[in-house]
Design a protein around this ligand. Structure first.
Ligand SMILES: [Zn+2]
Length: 267
């Protein structure tokens, strides 16, 4: 009886200590402070807020990866959504306006899955976006199309071809005035470059492109949901990133942090 009581006492002490440890861990990271400077427009519903876990945890840094898919929605988007669902993770999809108009039910499905829906322009043309300077009006047009489908106007834009060198200071100023945010990436899967190449060669190459570059505590992976090789590579990329200790998070405007090649903190 005495022994049982002692075990019970030790058990309670351990549980109490664990609760105290969890409570004392800081809830937010530096990334959150940046969002305070940002004017907040309507964001994705709060039920889709990502796990709000700290980057620093018991002296060991948490490694976080954000999967992002550009150029959709398209014929391969349902497969990507299904793989994400099987793995209980979410991603960000940066949509081309006309593709959103073509596949409104996929846009709704992305929202229902808890994914972030962002902007990826109308024309996807370097010359138009950056030489003629239509970046902001094209992103705003895409924003209105998406708002018409899901009732939410996203602010985060993924610049086609990346923000460097096309998104000049003048265009970035316009983006700031239009309350847009801009995200590039840290890892390019180069998935689109393997179009029409045999899958048994392209898939391992894409997986390796991502996994060999996943070395930082926070990575943003660029992929596309309009190519078969990307779909085939995705489960292996998820598995490999998990094995490297990464947690998967989905972008959320409320927790925005700058991720652009210009290091422009306003975006
Ligand atoms: Zn693109």
């Amino acid at each position: 009886m005495k022994k049982k009581k002692r075990i019970l006492f030790v058990g309670i002490a351990v549980i109490t200590a664990l609760i105290l440890m969890i409570v004392r861990v800081p809830k937010h990271t530096a990334a959150v402070d940046i969002s305070k400077e940002v004017h907040h427009a309507p964001v994705m519903p709060s039920s889709f807020t990502p796990k709000d876990a700290p980057l620093q945890y018991n002296h060991s840094k948490r490694k976080v990866v954000y999967l992002t898919f550009d150029d959709g929605p398209g014929a391969y988007t349902p497969q990507v959504l299904s793989i994400l669902k099987q793995n209980h993770i979410q991603a960000a999809f940066f949509l081309i306006g006309s593709h959103a108009q073509q596949y409104p039910s996929l846009v709704k499905q992305e929202l229902q899955s808890g994914d972030y829906i962002g902007l990826h322009s109308m024309s996807h043309t370097y010359k138009k976006l950056y030489v003629q300077g239509t970046f902001v009006p094209e992103m705003l047009e895409t924003q209105q199309i998406i708002k018409g489908i899901i009732g939410i106007a996203p602010r985060l834009a993924r610049p086609p071809y990346g923000s460097m060198p096309g998104l000049t200071q003048q265009l970035r100023n316009q983006a700031v005035e239009a309350h847009l945010l801009v995200w590039d990436w840290t890892i390019d899967s180069l998935d689109w470059t393997y179009d029409k190449k045999p899958l048994d060669r392209s898939v391992p190459a894409i997986v390796n492109n991502v996994l060999s570059h996943a070395v930082r505590d926070r990575e943003v992976v660029l992929m596309h949901d309009i190519h078969p090789q990307s779909v085939q590579a995705l489960p292996l990329i998820i598995e490999g990133l998990r094995a490297k200790g990464y947690d998967f998070e989905v972008y959320n405007e409320a927790n925005h942090f700058p991720m652009n090649f210009w290091h422009d903190g306003r975006l």
